[in-house]
Design a protein around this ligand. Structure first.
Ligand SMILES: [Fe+2]
Length: 456
């Protein structure tokens, strides 16, 4: 947890000190978001996922690097400033009064956004797993308002913070959930600009599995339905954080929901597999007739509780996920193979080229586990390369391919390291995993989860 006088509503720009040899071809914007403010007057976030979101970005061009950051301006941040937040977030209670609860039994969701940001068309959209996504101006980092969807899907649809981008169809793909008497999962895609969601898959059940991310192949979308379950009626009149209503039922096993992306509002194929608890999917692909889904799997959802703000000190996370390969065979039999007993979090691949395809290299961050470092794992050989500097923690590494690259790992990996007093963007050669250039800042950037690099 970092607090700094530079974390404010105003745009804060800084010129980093540069070292090393910056690749001439590396030109673009690395945009990221982070939970940055955990206390404002009487308001307090009780979970890392609930800190008020800050945008930060590095512009890189021909060896020049510029840095800027700014807090998001949301209804949630304005309410926090007044000390009373009446919106539901992941792990912090909301402060609705008695009458408000009576007339609005299920609370409105927060419009704070701090998990991920992706550029869709000309707009940077900032995501948390809620019904709201914020739009941010690239130059000023000003909050421009929430995304408006041009369709008649339910307004109260919680979308994941991990949309995929289909480079061929030029459409974003995401999954949402609505709660009524039943929980409904919606799988849809949309073109940037108009934001008209086309639903290709729909699945209704009495309980909702917690969904953070999902897998996408050229033909299918796969949801990991692990048994951390919410019954919709449990939310009624409750002021507890959204994530506090889920129940862990390991005896139920997990369900893999496989949606056909060419269909319209079609039910998924459902396959039973062993109990896993998953935030992030590494990748998925078709291996002959088999479907393969690689996930970072925990034995239980205890990790979600560990991320409470009070335990946000490095080394407080007691478990490291395993990298598991879930396989669905023709006929529906499933198997689980452990590829790495101790893996890492915040996985990344050479996304444009390898997402939905058989791949070899997986990157990630140990975030706050057994030493804070960034990792490259060769799935063919099991060889692991690491990079890390003492006292620094790292969010999701971002792979950027070299123009004209042929090898899967020909390019660089961009990582932002944060310490309590300074931060740095490091450019790693993706093949050797050695640092080749650094941009150092004498300010602490709060540790964040995800972000994107858009070249120019
Ligand atoms: Fe995530």
């Amino acid at each position: 947890m970092v607090s700094s006088s530079t974390v404010t509503d105003a745009l804060h720009a800084a010129t980093p000190q540069l070292e090393g040899k910056w690749p001439e071809w590396l030109k673009g914007t690395l945009m990221r978001t982070a939970p940055a403010v955990f206390e404002l007057g009487p308001w307090r976030a009780e979970h890392w996922f609930d800190g008020l979101g800050m945008m930060f970005c590095f512009d890189v061009a021909a060896g020049q690097v510029a840095y800027r950051q700014r807090l998001l301006d949301t209804a949630a941040s304005r309410a926090a400033r007044k000390g009373r937040v009446d919106m539901s977030s992941f792990g912090s209670p909301n402060q609705r009064g008695f009458f408000r609860r009576l007339f609005e039994p299920i609370p409105r969701q927060t419009d704070n956004a701090n998990v991920n940001t992706v550029k869709l068309g000309d707009e940077w959209h900032v995501f948390t797993e809620t019904q709201h996504q914020q739009i941010v101006d690239e130059a000023t980092l000003e909050t421009l308002g929430t995304v408006k969807y041009a369709d008649d899907l339910p307004a109260r649809m919680t979308m994941t913070a991990h949309p995929h981008w289909d480079f061929e169809k030029k459409r974003a793909v995401n999954v949402g959930a609505t709660l009524g008497r039943e929980a409904t999962v919606w799988a849809f895609d949309y073109a940037p600009g108009r934001h008209e969601r086309r639903v290709f898959g729909k699945y209704a059940a009495l309980e909702l599995s917690y969904m953070h991310a999902f897998a996408l192949t050229p033909r299918e979308l796969i949801v990991i339905g692990h048994p951390w379950l919410l019954k919709p009626h449990q939310l009624l009149w409750s002021n507890k954080g959204f994530g506090k209503h889920f129940e862990w039922r390991p005896e139920r096993g997990s369900r893999l929901l496989v949606f056909d992306r060419e269909k319209a509002e079609a039910a998924p194929l459902v396959f039973e597999t062993e109990t896993v608890f998953v935030f992030h999917v590494a990748n998925a692909f078709h291996d002959g007739e088999d479907r393969v889904i690689d996930v970072l799997s925990y034995p239980d959802p205890g990790i979600a509780d560990t991320l409470r703000v009070l335990s946000l000190q490095p080394k407080a996370v007691p478990t490291t996920p395993a990298l598991k390969r879930l396989r669905i065979k023709p006929g529906g039999r499933t198997s689980v193979e452990t590829l790495a007993e101790k893996a890492f979090e915040l996985p990344a691949i050479s996304y444009r080229r390898m997402n939905g395809r058989r791949y070899r290299f997986l990157y990630g961050s140990t975030i706050a586990g057994d030493g804070e470092e960034v990792v490259k794992l060769d799935l063919d050989s099991g060889v692991r390369k690491t990079f890390g500097r003492a006292d620094h923690v790292y969010g999701e590494p971002v792979f950027v391919a070299r123009p004209g690259a042929e090898a899967e790992d020909d390019g660089v990996v961009l990582v932002v390291g944060s310490s309590p007093v300074r931060s740095e963007l490091t450019v790693l050669d993706a093949q050797s995993f050695a640092p080749i250039a650094q941009a150092r800042l004498e300010l602490p950037i709060p540790l964040g989860f995800h972000g994107s690099f858009v070249g120019r």
